[in-house]
Design a protein around this ligand. Structure first.
Ligand SMILES: [Zn+2]
Length: 277
């Protein structure tokens, strides 16, 4: 499932392809992608729009048009955006939408599980929409130990659950939360509000480092995620704990353990990330 590093990788790769280009033809073949709006209506709205910026907020891609309108794309479980130059986009399996740009190339949206969404937002609607759903950006300058402490202060839930909540911080998911907690040496079940100031600092650092590592390796490909040119990311080869049950911890050699937290498979080192009683 794409998290911040995967979405940021897609953004960086698509930015030079999209910015300045016009959506010449838009075909949306899946009503789930745009519901409750009709896919043909959304396709008509997007046709003729020129892209002025491609941004990211949390796990959303924010396509800004000259008209002021915005297309918000969320890849959810298995959404992928591919850039196809040679007209072979009809062969892409699980193709749900195709945007033909005014240079003749195609941006193809594929999605096996069909949980992804495309939403057209009017200029004044964007900030309220995102503010309701997302906390701060963990790679932004405003992400300080103080702001993180404030976000966790009243949360009785396990720190892992608090970090999965997009309103705490935008963009983290199951993979990078586990990777960040290992870096910070914090047990996933620790109550969020019980973290000491040094632990908060370590957690902030751990989050940034885990995300930076993911971006540097162009994301993690476990199943469907691909970069826009079709190539996989390589972060999955660098995981410290995620999916590594029984393998030795990089830091201390203890076999990695797995449990469930907030309904999600959770990997951790029982020595580096001790539970506190
Ligand atoms: Zn360890």
């Amino acid at each position: 499932m794409p998290e911040l590093p995967e979405v940021e990788t897609v953004r960086r790769r698509l930015e030079p392809v999209l910015v300045g280009r016009r959506f010449e033809r838009v075909e949306i073949a899946d009503s789930r992608l745009t519901r409750p709006e009709h896919p043909a209506e959304v396709a008509a709205e997007l046709t003729g729009e020129r892209v002025v910026a491609l941004e990211r907020r949390g796990k959303y891609l924010v396509v800004r048009f000259e008209s002021g309108r915005v297309l918000l794309v969320h890849l959810r479980m298995t959404g992928t955006l591919l850039h196809v130059r040679d007209g072979t986009s009809v062969d892409v399996p699980h193709r749900r939408a195709v945007v033909t740009l005014d240079d003749g190339s195609d941006v193809v949206y594929r999605d096996v599980r069909r949980f992804g969404t495309w939403l057209v937002v009017e200029p004044e609607g964007l900030d309220p929409y995102l503010a309701q759903r997302l906390g701060g950006e963990p790679l932004g300058r405003a992400f300080t130990s103080r702001s993180l402490a404030a976000r966790l202060a009243n949360r009785k839930t396990p720190v892992k659950a608090a970090l999965l909540d997009q309103r705490t911080l935008a963009g983290l998911g199951n993979i990078y939360v586990d990777e960040a907690l290992w870096r910070a040496r914090i047990h996933p079940l620790r109550p969020a509000r019980g973290l000491e100031p040094p632990e908060i600092r370590a957690l902030r650092e751990g989050i940034k480092r885990a995300l930076d590592a993911g971006i540097a390796r162009h994301g993690a490909t476990l199943s469907d995620y691909r970069q826009p040119d079709g190539s996989p990311g390589s972060m999955q080869k660098e995981f410290k704990v995620y999916g590594r049950l029984g393998e030795p911890c990089d830091r201390c050699g203890t076999p990695i353990e797995k449990m469930r937290v907030a309904g999600r498979g959770t990997w951790y080192c029982p020595t580096c990330q001790r539970a506190r009683v």
